[in-house]
Design a protein around this ligand. Structure first.
Ligand SMILES: [Zn+2]
Length: 331
């Protein structure tokens, strides 16, 4: 597997597969990063290892049955969690309890007869953006996936910087306040506790409970039900001008600035790409982030670092999984 994984494809299509906690998406990707055909199947994440694998097989077969076999050169898969990309093994993922140390790449190779590579999903999304999306043309990109949690990846000259054990680029659990709240990862005050979707919704609910915010649009939107306030509702209320919702997102932006200032000092990336479900929302607070950045970076050229919104939507990880097979100069 390792030897074959070094080989790149040229000209042909690659099947990209994105496995999540609730669904599997599979689609054909060409060398320009375009998705030609995609299918989705429900993921069975809480059954046996074999049941989980069958869901992946169903998604792959749904695409392959419409495709002539020799049009596809290889398969690129991605999943959340701790992935050993060199061996193609999924070590473990909180959202995929069906698998532990599961040789996913090998199983798919055996089923399809095609060489298969496995990547972490945030890394895959970063690769898609760096090769074909918002990071195209830059030598270095820092990718941030803002969703339920915060995932990050560093792309240098079109390749993910993984480190010897594939653990590098994990920026979402960098502490910005060691007295801060306890994170699910075991550390305190991770940036994920301040600027992820989960953190924003939690902050909104606690502010609404603790003070007389009866007139906030947030409460009108949920008919007064504080527990029904989600990140989506907060961002909708903010764009509608609700002061409380705006304040909550500005606070998240300020925390992002503290964190990104450190990233700029450490990495000096040419571009910072904000992706994930909240990427676009937080990019709209870019000027707020920039104002605060001045205080939180010592790099005299910090203002040259671009902050942009990701270009791919929910397909980014699928496209990036396939991108593993294309050489950087091909894109
Ligand atoms: Zn953490």
């Amino acid at each position: 597997l390792h030897k074959r994984a070094e080989r790149r494809v040229s000209g042909k299509l690659v099947l990209g597969v994105d496995i999540g906690g609730t669904k599997v998406a599979a689609g054909l990707v060409d060398w320009r990063g375009k998705v030609l055909r995609a299918e989705r199947c429900p993921m069975i994440a809480r059954g046996s290892a074999e049941q989980g694998f069958r869901a992946v097989r169903d998604a792959i077969d749904a695409v392959m049955k419409h495709t002539s076999e020799n049009a596809v050169a290889a398969i690129g898969v991605c999943s959340p969690g701790w992935v050993d990309s060199k061996r193609g093994v999924l070590r473990n993922a909180a959202n995929l309890p069906c698998w532990r140390n599961f040789p996913l790449a090998q199983k798919i190779e055996k089923h399809c007869g095609l060489p298969t590579k496995l990547a972490n999903d945030a890394n895959a999304a970063a690769l898609a953006e760096a090769r074909w999306g918002a990071g195209k043309g830059y030598e270095s990109a820092f990718y941030v996936s803002l969703g339920t949690g915060i995932g990050t990846a560093l792309v240098l000259e079109g390749e993910i910087f993984e480190g010897p054990a594939a653990g590098a680029g994990e920026g979402g659990h960098m502490t910005i306040n060691f007295r801060g709240p306890l994170c699910g990862c075991g550390k305190r005050g991770c940036i994920e506790m301040y600027a992820s979707g989960t953190a924003i919704a939690k902050r909104a609910r606690s502010l609404l409970r603790n003070r007389s915010s009866g007139r906030s649009r947030l409460l009108k939107m949920t008919s007064g039900e504080v527990s029904a306030v989600t990140t989506e509702i907060v961002s909708k209320a903010a764009s509608g001008g609700d002061p409380l919702a705006k304040k909550i997102l500005e606070e998240a932006a300020e925390h992002l600035a503290i964190w990104l200032g450190g990233m700029i000092d450490l990495l000096e990336p040419e571009v910072i790409i904000l992706g994930g479900g909240l990427g676009r929302v937080m990019t709209s607070f870019r000027s707020h982030i920039r104002r605060k950045l001045e205080m939180w970076t010592v790099n005299p050229h910090w203002h040259r670092v671009r902050i942009v919104s990701a270009q791919y939507g929910p397909e980014s990880a699928l496209v990036g999984a396939a991108a593993q097979w294309f050489a950087p100069h091909e894109s």
